[in-house]
Design a protein around this ligand. Structure first.
Ligand code: BG6
Ligand code: MG
Length: 211
């Protein structure tokens, strides 16, 4: 299949912000005396900020009002953005840069499809602002992955049909979203083991062989 568009998830695919999400959620959970570990963190991949908070609060004995939940999510985001402030162009992995260049040279259109409301900030920190033909992110959608909304918006902005686009994901919820939207999918890490993934990848560089 000659994919005309490639839609990349951001966190865990283009750059490794996972550690900062983990740290900020862990600090929040500790402040609230809620148990939180890597296994809980793995369930947050691809999931919106408020939905992630709901997953964390499953372990809490206290119940929170909507207002309190908003305040917790805001606290986490402030701390997360402080940590993102440490990121520079050096945090863009070399294999990601060369893969993006190689795909562009093959004539593919490139987009971001991320649940994050911080996507544009992160892209600017790692020197990729203006590098994609389209960016669709958490500020454009009302339903987060596994709903396909963020990828459908990216395809629309690329002026391509979902069937012409390959979604690159590290999250199971992201592959579910790609399948639900009628996209091809390429999976990294845990997502490579998804039963419906089109192309399991060992490294993002493998995309240059798939295309
Ligand atoms: C996704 C991450 O990309 O963005 C999730 O995988 C995160 O872990 C989600 O919760 C929302 O991010 P943000 O930056 O809007 O809080
Ligand atoms: Mg991800």
């Amino acid at each position: 299949m000659a994919w005309r568009g490639i839609i990349f998830d951001l966190d865990g695919v283009i750059c490794f912000t996972d550690q900062y999400h983990y740290q900020a959620w862990k600090e929040l959970a500790d402040r609230e005396n809620i148990y939180f570990d890597e296994a809980v963190n793995n369930r947050l991949r691809g999931i919106s900020r408020m939905d992630s908070l709901e997953i964390i609060l499953e372990r809490s004995r206290k119940s929170y009002t909507d207002r309190e939940k908003e305040a917790l999510a805001e606290w986490k985001n402030r701390r997360y953005r402080e940590l993102l402030g440490n990121m520079t162009e050096r945090d863009l992995p070399e294999e990601v840069r060369t893969t993006l260049d190689g795909l562009r040279a093959k004539g593919c259109k490139l987009a971001i499809g991320s649940s994050s409301k911080n996507a544009k900030f992160i892209l600017s920190r790692i020197g990729l602002a203006g590098c994609f033909d389209a960016v669709s992110d958490g500020t454009d959608i009302t339903r987060s992955k596994p709903d396909p909304e963020v990828f459908l918006k990216a395809a629309e902005r690329l002026e391509l049909e979902p069937s012409e686009c390959l979604v690159v994901e590290d999250a199971l919820a992201g592959i579910d979203a790609a399948v639900a939207g009628g996209f091809g999918s390429a999976g990294l890490g845990e997502a490579a083991g998804h039963p419906q993934v089109t192309c399991p990848l060992k490294s993002i560089r493998d995309l240059l062989q798939v295309l």
